[in-house]
Design a binder for this molecule. Structure first.
Ligand SMILES: Cc1ncc(COP(=O)(O)O)c(C=O)c1O
Length: 363
């Protein structure tokens, strides 16, 4: 068996020990004689899995009892709609920073339900920085940020101070990548398929006082109260995805969060250092806000056709070496290395070694 280093932006690599454990438990989960996939979600063993997953979310992410922890479906994209439905409800307006394509999607969804105020945008420079916040409204129902911009490669390394306005964060690609006080958020949400597990489950953490803002009369499935009251089991949850998320969090807990964060910093530094010293490749992102997880890079080739050809050559040759999914997002071009928590340091070392060689041959 040969496993590749997968630099995909998501779904992405999972820790090998997690996959091994899941494989070992595939046919017979802890003596139950069945796979987790076959189990009733109302059974005792499954109850222990989902409760264990919630307990680990609280422990590993440092989520206090002031919050509800939900495992929902529909991805982060579904939350773009569900959040304004539930929380853009008092003054029917919310502030957003516009920092990339996912933030843009969140804005578009919320705009259908109320007034969106863009209080900072980095669109003018191809999303390569994080904008200053100007004109924030103290009466906004909430303030929304995209914590890590997966496509563009910027990350809020410190949480903006938005006063008493509830802060909502899309942490799909940034969750558990570096120290972050989740208790500064009123709501934090993340699709699992980057740092938490496989696709199919979305983690949503909601501060309990936010529940009072939910209007009456929402369709049952779209009302957060339904899922809070049913402990994420109003309908059949994504059972297997939650089970893998639990195994991933056990892996983080065993390693220690600080060790994980130190690994992440080391991996990102290795790649950024190479990029900053290369005469051929570079990072288009402002240094202070570079993402630890998603690292876009481009070549200094200026002719568009030649640049396109060299990018394709790079991606193809990398793939032949087992370094896969390095093409940049289709809207951006260039290359992008997503180095989520499960990417080993060896993967980044192998990438940098290949990039050095490629530069020597093609510069
Ligand atoms: C920051 C961010 N938000 C939202 C999404 C959309 O997530 P989903 O496909 O789970 O709806 C993504 C997906 O990559 C993302 O990176």
């Amino acid at each position: 068996m040969k496993r590749v280093f997968n630099f995909s932006a998501g779904p992405s690599m999972l820790p090998e020990v997690v996959l091994q454990k899941a494989a070992a438990e595939m046919l017979d989960y802890q003596g139950t004689g069945q796979s987790v996939m076959e189990m009733s979600h109302r059974s005792k063993p499954y109850e222990a899995i989902i409760n264990g997953a919630e307990a680990l979310v609280r422990e590993v992410l440092g989520v206090s009892d002031d919050y509800h922890v939900l495992f929902l479906q529909g991805g982060a994209s579904f939350q773009f709609h569900m959040l304004p439905l539930n929380f853009m409800t008092i003054n029917k307006k919310a502030d957003f920073t516009l920092t990339g394509q996912w933030a843009q999607k969140a804005v578009e969804a919320a705009s259908k339900l109320g007034t969106v105020n863009i209080v900072g945008s980095s669109k003018d420079k191809k999303w390569s920085y994080l904008p200053e916040i100007v004109g924030a409204d103290k009466d906004a129902d909430y303030f929304h940020i995209c914590n890590n911009n997966t496509i563009e490669g910027t990350q809020y390394h410190s949480i903006p101070d938005v006063g008493n306005v509830p802060l909502i964060g899309d942490a799909s690609s940034g969750i558990l990548s570096e120290p972050m006080d989740v208790n500064k958020f009123a709501v934090l949400y993340a699709g699992a398929q980057k740092n938490l597990g496989p696709s199919g489950v979305t983690l949503v953490i909601i501060r309990k006082d936010m529940v009072d803002r939910i209007p009456a009369g929402l369709p049952t499935m779209l009302d957060f109260r339904t899922h809070i009251e049913a402990k994420s089991m109003y309908n059949t949850p994504p059972c297997y995805a939650i089970y893998i998320l639990k195994l991933v969090l056990e892996w983080v807990k065993d390693m220690g969060r600080d060790t994980l964060f130190a690994h992440n910093a080391e991996k990102a530094e290795l790649l950024y250092n190479f990029l900053d010293n290369s005469n051929f490749f570079y990072s288009p992102v402002e240094k202070s806000v570079r993402s630890l997880m998603n690292i876009p890079f481009i070549t200094r080739v200026t002719d568009a056709d030649a640049a396109d050809a060299i990018n394709k050559k790079f991606v193809k040759e990398a793939e032949a070496l087992g370094l896969v999914n390095l093409a940049g997002h289709r809207s951006v071009g260039g290359m992008r290395a997503s180095i989520y928590n499960a990417m080993p340091l060896e993967g980044v070392k192998a990438l940098v070694a290949f990039m050095k060689e490629f530069e020597a041959k093609n510069a």
